[in-house]
Design a protein around this ligand. Structure first.
Ligand SMILES: [Zn+2]
Length: 263
């Protein structure tokens, strides 16, 4: 299993990170993409991924909720911190970047400028982007569509939007990141993936799996600290949704992740 999004530099894992990763490995997790959200976490991501290079793959970026008036300086700092990973050829993606208007739109303009600057960075490195989008779908997809002709690749992480939004994402050639939300009882996500209303099912070839650890733990662990191995609950729900075996779901989505991140 491949977890394409886990913040395991969090203090909930770090005291016994070695034991944690050994457990995940024993449970069938082969790769984990670890996205930073700011300069401080970029330093943590770099040292973690250096310690466990087989399993942990770093992504660097400034998260929209961390964008302020000084975003350009912060991005410069993150770029400097990422440089050793770039030089070693191990940086998996630029992320987590995007737009988030949920709690505040005070820095809406700066968020958009920061996103553009970091998409340019990804294109210059020929790396995919990991996009966070909350209450900003139109702005986010409109902005990203400016770059699709230039070969933008990436994933819309923690997807929970409409089938219509999924259609736009697919047409832009991006992947859809599916995690714990799929298993939530009040979630319509499975129904959306199946092809709500007039749509066809979302092609499995466009889906990658993720946890967003430590958040978004799937049922039956909802509310607890998430773990990469809990992806098996997401796989099980997807198998039910697509009427395929769990092995088939795992194989296709693992392959998608390998293609996107180049493991
Ligand atoms: Zn995240």
């Amino acid at each position: 299993m491949i977890d394409t999004h886990a913040h395991i530099y969090d203090e909930q894992y770090m005291p016994d990170i070695e034991g944690y990763l050994a457990q995940q490995c024993a449970a069938g997790v082969s790769h984990i993409v670890v996205p930073a959200t700011d300069a401080t976490s970029s330093a943590h991501v770099l040292s973690l991924c250096r310690r466990f290079p087989e399993m942990c793959h770093p992504a660097f970026g400034l998260h929209p909720e961390d964008v302020g008036a000084d975003y350009a300086e912060q991005i410069d700092l993150i770029k400097q911190l990422a440089q050793p990973a770039i030089d070693a050829g191990v940086m998996a993606a630029v992320g987590e970047i995007g737009l988030d208007y949920h709690f505040s739109t005070e820095y809406k303009r700066e968020q958009q400028l920061a996103l553009r600057q970091q998409v340019e960075w990804a294109l210059s490195l020929d790396l995919p982007v990991i996009i966070h989008n909350r209450d900003s779908t139109d702005d986010c997809l409109n902005l990203l569509s400016d770059y699709t002709a230039r070969g933008l690749r990436g994933v819309m992480h923690c997807f929970s939007g409409s089938r219509e939004t999924a259609e736009r994402i697919i047409q832009m050639g991006l992947y859809i990141g599916i995690g714990g939300v799929l298993t939530f009882k009040n979630s319509k996500l499975a129904w959306q993936l199946q092809g709500a209303d007039r749509y066809k099912p979302v092609p499995l070839e466009r889906i990658v799996l993720e946890t967003d650890s430590p958040y978004m733990a799937p049922v039956p662990h909802r509310g607890e600290r998430n773990e990469s191995s809990y992806i098996r609950y997401v796989i099980s729900k997807l198998a039910e949704t697509y009427r395929l075996s769990e092995e088939e779901i795992e194989q296709v989505t693992d392959n998608n992740a390998r293609q996107l991140f180049g493991f």
